[in-house]
Design a protein around this ligand. Structure first.
Ligand SMILES: Cc1ncc(COP(=O)(O)O)c(C=O)c1O
Length: 400
């Protein structure tokens, strides 16, 4: 008997040419992240210290929440256009114009459902089945999944500790083939906290301009830089090939509102906006009004959040900085990689054993790419005392 016989017996309507799978090939082939396994093991256990959570632990500031209530009460409860409310697109354009010291047109801004929606629209705008997308190793695991869903083959470029977890433009250039459509970069970086210096960003933007490959720059942590300044891929004027992604989640503690943006090459803005129609239509209109309150309101909260993350980053340095376990001091975002190579196990096995032994959850480095298996990622998104305690447990566990 063949697998499909069972189905044809139980349901005479289904006729199948191929053996039955539980879902589409595309869904079945989607890479899953090892972080889920750790989160499932840590869930519902009040004794666990959570160093795995990748979102700010603060509530959204009150003036932003008030903006949403006001909007809902005054009828901002309908669809917006695919590209978002013109008033919010204008505020994003003004913000980027100020930061990049050059004019960004509101027409090139697309409001999305989180930065993740922007990543999806950017890649879907330029990638065809069979194309290649260059992604960082280590890098946020959703890059691989989105490239896969777009039908593309993800190809990894390295970001090694020797290069302070920054990419090597020469290596990226070597990896470009006639099938390469996009290079995906991330600064400040998840999971390492590395921040691209201006010269590096300039070189990568120039590489994209020279080769005609699109650059998709994920800058969702742009407001969380502790030393120096964030340099956007959009600030070099070569915007024909550059998508810049950012949003509200990390800057304004708005992860649950699902609101981000995409700044597009002029020729692709309408395409990227149109791609939202069959997936989300538009970002929530109420959330968009909250986003307006965030951008138009007092920016003190942004600085306050950054100061808290900087203080916590210093706690990480305090606990690990005088050891070889901290390969780089994070300059941005709210993550650090900790070297567990000495423990002699893979990162998933380590994270499970550490959770069981010391009731503390960390993210196995393998989640971020094959080159990251000798690390675990800690997030400094919990109160200082808890953070210090969790990091202390990690250090003593590795030392032991
Ligand atoms: C590097 C990176 N990009 C994008 C996102 C997603 O942001 P959003 O919540 O706005 O979709 C995250 C979230 O953790 C992230 O770490």
């Amino acid at each position: 008997m063949q697998p499909w016989d069972v189905f044809s017996m139980s349901d005479p309507v289904i006729r199948l040419e191929t053996p039955v799978r539980a879902g589409s090939r595309r869904a079945a082939g989607m890479p899953r992240s090892a972080i889920r396994e750790i989160m499932a093991l840590a869930a519902g256990r009040p004794e666990v210290i959570h160093l795995e959570v990748g979102e700010p632990d603060f509530s959204t500031p009150a003036h932003i929440v008030d903006g949403a209530f006001e909007a809902a009460r005054s009828g901002w409860t309908k669809y917006s256009s695919n590209a978002g409310l013109p008033s919010l697109r204008k505020l994003v354009a003004e913000r980027s114009s100020r930061a990049w010291r050059q004019a960004v047109a509101p027409e090139h801004v697309v409001i999305t459902t989180g930065a993740i929606g922007a990543l999806y629209s950017a890649l879907m705008s330029v990638v065809d089945a069979g194309d290649e997308v260059l992604i960082p190793d280590p890098g946020w695991p959703n890059y691989e999944a989105i490239a896969h869903l777009a039908g593309a083959t993800p190809v990894r470029f390295s970001q090694t500790p020797e290069r302070r977890f920054l990419p090597d433009p020469a290596e990226i250039a070597r990896l470009i083939t006639p099938r390469t459509k996009a290079i995906l970069i991330n600064t400040p970086g998840n999971p390492s906290g590395a921040v691209f210096p201006a010269a590096l960003m300039r070189e990568i933007v120039a590489l994209a301009a020279r080769t005609g490959v699109y650059l998709v720059s994920d800058e969702i942590y742009e407001d969380l830089v502790f030393e120096g300044e964030h340099v956007s891929a959009g600030s070099f004027g070569l915007t024909d090939r550059v998508f810049v992604i950012s949003g509200f989640s990390k800057t304004y503690a708005m992860t649950g509102w699902r609101l981000g943006w995409l700044i597009c090459p002029p020729a692709l803005a309408a395409t990227a906006a149109g791609l939202q129609e069959p997936v989300t239509s538009c970002a929530s209109t109420i959330a968009q009004k909250a986003g307006e309150a965030a951008l138009a309101g007092d920016q003190q909260c942004v600085q306050d959040f950054r100061d808290i993350f900087r203080r916590r980053r210093d706690i990480v340095v305090d606990v690990f900085g005088n050891t070889p376990l901290l390969p780089i001091v994070p300059e941005g975002a709210f993550y650090a990689l900790i070297d567990i190579g000495a423990a002699g196990k893979g990162s998933l096995e380590f994270a499970k054993a550490f959770l069981a032994a010391r009731q503390t959850a960390v993210v196995p480095g393998i989640t971020f790419g094959p080159a990251c298996d000798r690390y675990v990622r800690v997030a400094f998104t919990i109160a200082d005392d808890q953070l210090r305690e969790g990091l202390g447990r990690l250090r003593s566990y590795i030392d032991a």
